[in-house]
Design a protein around this ligand. Sequence first.
Ligand code: CP3
Length: 367
Amino acid sequence: MAADLRGGAADGTVTRVAPPLDAPLLRACRRQPRARVPVWFMRQAGRSLPEYRALRGEGSILDAIRVPDLAAEITLQPVRRYGVDAAILYSDIVTPVAAIGFGVDVAPGVGPVVDRPFACRADLQRLRPLDPDTDTPYVVETVRTVAGELGATPLIGFAGAPFTVASYLVEGRPSRTYARTKALMYGDPGLWAALLDRLADIAVASLRSQVGAGASVVQLFDSWAGALDPADYERFVLPASAKVFAGVADLGVPRIHFGVSTGELLGLMHRAGADVVGVDWRVHLDDARRRLGPDVALQGNLDPAVVLAPWEVVADRVRAVLARNAGHPGHVFNLGHGVLPETDPAVLGRIVELVHAEGRADGEVAA
Ligand code: CP3
């Protein structure tokens, strides 16, 4: 089903049109009965979409992000194709630190890579505060353009959480063990705390600028927080992530907190200040809800690899996620992590249709 996309005015200007408060995503984030189960996909922009690859061209994703018309178009592509209930800004978690000149790029097929990894106290000087209007004006403009075009569909703004961004800055490239990151964390807790505190301030500034320009939900991506045990998470990570959530609390937009392999951390991630906690496929939604109690909505949690299976299997697993949620209004359907590059876009479209069809019935039960 095509999404309701309003175009800008003929003179090229766009007016911000706030999505209605009854948008299914906004209601689900607030755990209010909704017309249907909202669904969107992490990493829905890019990767598996042929229209993305056609537009994107060569070069770093960080260059594409600096062209607002291009970034806005890429943000809107999955909304048009899938009829998802939200757009997510086409950007990256390292956009702000790249913009303040830390020396980070995103290598195709690899992820963020850093010229001179963060290693000592002097490196804090390379992480000055972010001024979104001058450092990332292209992000602000992209958000404004997209919000103007989307009409009734909410735009999700996002930032990388301090731990996950720090892991790239310290390791210098994607890591499996986070050995250097943990060495810094355990070896120099004072410097570690100062690093995370700066990254928290940068995330707050970025998120505030996105909400100011028209994002109506924010998600904090702490993708790799699952590398830590609960005690270390609580001591070394939670204070900085809590600072990010507190720093946007007055804006009144729902706040989603996401990580992978975070089954043991879900309660702490909620405590950090989230209204919605992301759950990956390793924890069933009914178990997650038991762990978290009634005061939080859940997002998830289809295994992204399941999407590559035959359709009957996909459909069964989608229904299983909905069944585990058991009609609870506080559920945002998503994958447990991002769309895999080899995903067939047609299957994602069918998943949206199925969630909307079956989730509608279950919304009626819950209402
Ligand atoms: O659709 C969306 O979700 C919005 C856009 C988005 C991107 N990155 C675009 C992107 C979002 C929300 C991100 C966040 C992000 N970036 C995360 C958190 C989400 C997650 O998956 O856990 C992380 C860890 C990164 C860092 C990063 N950027 C990685 C690991 C990669 C993959 C490298 C690859 O090529 O496989 C990237 C690159 C990237 N970011 C791509 C896209 C569309 C693909 C490469 C490209 O088009 O150049």
